[in-house]
Design a protein around this ligand. Sequence first.
Ligand code: ADP
Ligand code: MG
Ligand code: ZN
Length: 639
Amino acid sequence: MGERKNNKHKGFKFPFGGPPFPNPKPFGGWKFSIIYILILVVGMSLFNYVFMKRVNPTIDFSEFKAKIASGEIKRVELTDSYFTGYTSLKGELPPGPPIRNPYTATPEPVYRTVPLNDPDLIKLMDEKQVAYYAVSREGSAILNIIFSWVLPIAFFFLIWRFLMKRLGNMGGNVLSVGQNRAVIVAEGDIVTRFSDVAGVDEAKEELVEVVDFLKNPKKYTDIGGKIPKGVLLVGPPGTGKTLLARAVAGEAGVAFFRMSGADFVEMFVGVGAARVRDLFKQARDKAPCIIFIDELDAIGKSRLNNIAGGNDEREQTLNQLLVEMDGFDATSGLIILAATNRPDVLDPALLRPGRFDRQVLVDRPDFKGREAILRIHSKAVRLSPQVDLDAIARLTSGFVGADLANIVNEAALLAVRGGRTQVIQKDFEEAIEKTVAGLQKKNRIISPDERRIVAFHETGHALMAAFTPGSDPVQKISIVPRGFGALGYTLQMPVEDRYLMTEEELLGKIDVLLGGRAAEELIFGKISTGAANDLTKATDIARRMITDYGMSSRFKNVALTQRGAGMLGGSQAEPLLHREYSEATQQYIDEEIAHILEKQYTRVKEQLSQNKALLNTVAAILLEKESLDEKAFKAIIAP
Ligand code: ADP
Ligand code: MG
Ligand code: ZN
């Protein structure tokens, strides 16, 4: 956010280029620099060994002397490191074809030996009239230094740079091991407010409570209530998770420690854990405050792609995080926010009570939300009065907040390029087109035809849920694409915990599941693959009705259990399932499943076709608004 004017917390690292954060205690830093020096020395010795040796093969001193005695060597250059024997005199070309020798620029055979303090050598050379002379070391000393120090260092520096680049994407900055990279933003510096975030109202509502915890902890602790320790923001990239976390800190007016999960994952075991420890220590000193761990999954995901003992490092870091989270007192005014777009890869231990026990879904915005986000971001942009943000929101189905912010910016740039002083509708349309092309590659944009199918499919589910007595009420219908593969969803909320279900209720569940496909077939006369997941669930219920609950006509009250099978909804599938019934029974089960599904599907289609008008109405509204909550849905179907 904006430049800091009144800098009362000197020494913190501020985002966007403030003074660097000096680490008072670079834990373990010196240990690692020793490792570096060791690597450097070993590497350079190797370099010298491999390259220098080959460059300077020498002959024995005695052989050298023999070559002088035989007259082959006519000239000798004496230096500290070598005696070099030339087969020609200075300025004279040797007989025969020129050859390239490894030591000097001269085209002649050259012999080299390591000097010995032998007074006979001079005598011998005098005798044979060999020209000998010494060469000052200065020139070669520089060459020597270049070869044995500068080049290897440059070489290793390049390798280093290369490695660092590769490590860069896993967040391992080798040079800064041991430094805590938490960005600390002091109280009063965060200008982000909830009003800067739009389109994620449910998430905002939940976080308002967190702000209240931070502002008036006494209110909760006096009554004996426990303040949540960890809140996990879950949602696709760019939906505003980081923004929300900042808004929480801004609203609560407390200090804010931000660190990315990737910052904890280092090449060296123990660094991540030390960072976690350090981060919590600093935060405890500053409480009340917020620790925000962005991209928490980096700690949970790193198992796969860390080169140096990543498993250990990841586990240590994670363990330390768990220890710290368990360690602090909930009344201390420390709240940990974390964000992830991969909740599926998180270690389950993180989600246990007392840790990130609150999860807040930050989803893609619907039509209304997109309009609100556009409004926020175009506040700073001069818009022509003819700009219709409503229409733009309509054109941007599937876009997240970051995309929309980007579009506003892009449109402003286009206006400037077009020499306009105001942004016009056409700029927006062009900006959208640009962005759509990118998003289409990521499968986040669905065609209008598909949208219609999804709308009717979801409406089918919702209407069947409304028609089926005892069915869980519809909480939300949405055709905003969500996550991988899910093009829309109908959310049903159980009114109470259920431990028992009647045959009728199970059939009702099947009806709701089949409602999607039935609606598709009814309206479009054809079916799509969109119902695959529904069918799996429906089939599963039907099978259990027959095998587990004894609800079939032939095997009434007989449990055709496969030994090892779990319970309804049980997610732990045991590896070995022993069928305890005959092949013929299996055939009956298969047929009976098909029979149940067939019967229910016919019923569902009939019911929907009797309510075709309603189906059309709801789907049309859904196509326009993209999502309907419980109230809106009830209002439509009330009559
Ligand atoms: P995430 O952390 O979920 O990937 P960010 O919070 O980093 O997303 O969002 C990036 C930018 O996109 C924000 O700085 C903001 O400008 C814009 N943005 C995203 N979501 C929203 C939203 N819901 N309301 C307003 N702006 C948003
Ligand atoms: Mg983020
Ligand atoms: Zn469905």
